[in-house]
Write a protein that binds this ligand. Structure first.
Ligand code: G6P
Length: 628
């Protein structure tokens, strides 16, 4: 994963790079470092752990140069330590790298045999070794990069600098994202536009195999063969959000509380309030790039979207992590409402299982960040086979957003907590709207039925608001819950993906053993886990599967498990079977998966918090996973 920043210009490079790294810390926080020109040489400062440690180390440092690079790391090769922190500096060349060099063992051995001395355990350091050898021969950083590139296998984005060319940065990529920012007399390179937007809105998104050469305030983009490419300079409309905790102890808690608003923002562009109907807005299947969507004519945009949906005979949903669970809900909704078969897969499995792709299937990829490497690879696989991709992203102009045929946005606002919360509920609501839209085009839903779905969705934000009140319960219960052996989350039908998501949240944040299970599967294994030290979280709102779910709860209770159940209203049967019963508000059945998500997020948040864990930045994880 990792976040990288490069800067050349009249501002203090230290300040620009630190601010940039701050906005990229979601990509990893195992260590951080900078290399900035000072008296003709790169001065390197690195620190293990979060960016704050580097900030402290840098507080008294001064640099007189105009050029610098910085990095925040998520460790792949080599444990988190200062020694393994980037930048890596060899013979006047400094580099920062995001990704994995797959043939590193072989390259490293060869370099060691030639006398190179490695100071870290990383795969990245060898790029600095290779370049430092090459600049001796070529006398030029760009030429050296072009010579070294054919030797590298794997996924990488790199920014390299050399002290003999004190106004030059060379960046190259194959896989993880890189953006070039063009300011007035200043230039930026970064993993994400967030690090650039405070200074300039003019950017070039690098494509794989591009090499960007920046010299003073000039730049050019060349291919691996050195031939010049003229990619478009994109003028961004987007302004960086000022993200603050707004009085909450953690971003995650704030994001949990933002969900009523996030869900409303996700669905409202696509719902016509007067007629209570659905019509997707700014999807852009006609070929508009994400930054051009606002200029679309709504009539012709909907007409092209209708055409795409009418030709579809199968939907595939591909995503990772929490986005995958939102996709599972999508399968239930699209199949129920549109009667179109839906296949769903984890992106890392999908991309290697030789999926059957044809032009009549629509692939929906879901990604909050829009940068998840496996999801991006799945998207490319589908498009290369001639299939259409509709993406659901939160981050606009991210790689997945830019490379898809159609675009839908979660509109959840910046999500900072590494464990996804509001992007999950926003996606569930949005995919519900999408399911209705496909159903309409397919003639599978009547006008009255459409209204019922729309009314249910419109009611969701206020029900989400109501269940936020469980905060107090979990704040108190956490003290007891943190010392149990483990958690089994169970549900049937559309509650099953929520059980999976609830268990994932607890694993991510509290580092406790938790499993999500389809309640009907319990007797095929998990029942053996149950004793009085095991907590069962049963999702049992009143719906057509309620009686069956309660039977499964009886079985679990009979084995001595401690039960927290979530049901509808004042439910005596569930109360009698549970140690704690949480009464969800009376609501349309179809939005219970949304509603019951919030208590599960609160449970994970409070247990983790009472264990003293860093809730916003759980150990070993990163928000944007740009390596496979
Ligand atoms: C990481 C994050 C998860 C997220 C997953 C997929 O694992 O920690 O919260 O669900 O990536 O990310 P995406 O950005 O593709 O939704």
């Amino acid at each position: 994963m990792c976040g990288i920043v490069g800067y050349y210009g009249p501002r203090e490079p230290k300040e620009v790079i630190l601010k940039g790294l701050k906005s990229l810390e979601y990509r990893g926080y195992d260590s951080a470092g900078v290399a900035i020109l000072d008296h003709g040489h790169f001065k390197r400062v690195r620190a293990e752990g979060k960016l704050g440690n580097l900030e402290n180390k840098l507080s008294g440092e001064k640099f007189d140069g105009r050029l610098g690079i910085g990095h925040t790391r998520w460790a792949t090769h080599g444990r988190p330590s200062e020694r393994n922190a980037h930048p890596h500096c060899v013979g006047g060349v400094s580099i920062v790298h995001n990704g994995i060099i797959e043939n590193y063992a072989e390259l490293r051995e060869r370099l060691i045999a030639q006398g190179a001395i490695f100071e870290s355990e990383t795969d990245s350091e060898l790029i600095a070794h290779l370049l430092s050898e090459e600049v001796k021969v070529q006398g030029d950083l760009l030429k050296s990069v072009l010579s070294v590139l054919p030797k590298l296998q794997g996924a990488y984005s790199v920014v390299a600098v050399w002290e003999n060319q004190a106004d030059t940065m060379v960046a190259f990529k194959n896989g993880p994202p890189l953006v070039l920012g063009v300011g007035k007399d200043e230039m930026f390179m970064a993993s994400d536009i967030q690090a650039i937007m405070p200074y300039t809105k003019k950017v070039v998104f690098l494509e794989d195999n591009d090499v960007a050469w920046i010299c003073g305030s000039e730049f050019k983009i060349v291919g691996r063969d050195g031939s010049e490419r003229n990619p478009p300079l994109t003028e961004m409309e987007w302004s960086p959000e000022q993200v603050q905790k707004g009085g909450y102890q953690h971003y995650m808690l704030k994001e949990i509380f933002e969900q009523p608003r996030a869900v409303a923002a996700a669905i409202s562009p696509h719902i016509q309030l007067d007629s209570q109907t659905v019509r997707l807005h700014q999807v852009g299947f006609s070929g508009a790039a994400p930054h051009e969507l606002t200029r679309l004519n709504p009539e012709s945009d909907w007409a092209t979207t209708e055409k795409v949906f009418s030709e579809v005979d199968k939907v595939m949903i591909v995503a990772c992590g929490t986005s995958y669970y939102a996709g599972m809900i999508g399968k239930y909704l699209i199949e129920r409402l549109a009667r179109v078969p839906v296949e769903i897969d984890i992106a890392s499995e999908f991309r290697y299982r030789h999926p059957i792709l044809d032009s009549k299937s629509l692939t929906i990829v879901i990604s909050q960040s829009g940068e998840t490497a496996d999801t991006l690879a799945a998207l490319r696989l589908v498009r290369a086979a001639g299939g259409k991709v509709l993406s659901i992203c939160n981050v606009r102009n991210s790689s997945i957003d830019r490379e898809s045929d159609g675009h839908l946005y979660m509109n959840a606002g910046a999500e900072i907590g590494v464990a996804s919360t509001k992007a999950f509920t926003a996606t569930m609501a949005l995919i519900h709207v999408l399911a209705v839209a496909i159903a309409k085009v397919k003639g599978a839903i009547s006008k009255d039925a459409e209204k019922i779905e729309v009314q249910a969705l419109l009611a969701a934000p206020s029900h989400l608001d109501t269940v936020l009140a469980f905060e107090k319960f979990f704040a108190q219960a956490a003290e007891i819950l943190k010392s149990v052996k483990g958690f089994l989350y169970m549900g049937r039908g559309a509650h099953y993906p929520i059980a999976l998501e609830g268990a994932l949240k607890l694993k991510e944040l509290a580092y406790m053993h938790a499993e999500g299970y389809a309640a009907g599967e319990m007797k095929h294994g998990p029942l053996a886990l149950i004793d009085e030290k095991m907590v069962i979280v049963m999702l049992a709102p009143s719906d057509e599967l309620y009686d069956k779910t309660v039977s499964n709860l009886e079985e679990a209770k009979a084995r001595g498990g401690k039960v927290i159940s979530l049901g509808t209203g004042d439910n005596k049967r569930l109360k009698d079977l549970s140690d704690h019963y949480l009464a969800l508000p009376e609501a349309p059945q179809v939005i219970y998966p949304l509603i019951e998500t919030i208590p599960l997020q609160l449970l994970a948040y409070h247990v983790a918090n009472s264990l003293g864990h860093d809730v916003d930045q759980p150990r070993n994880l990163a928000k944007s996973v740009t390596v496979e």
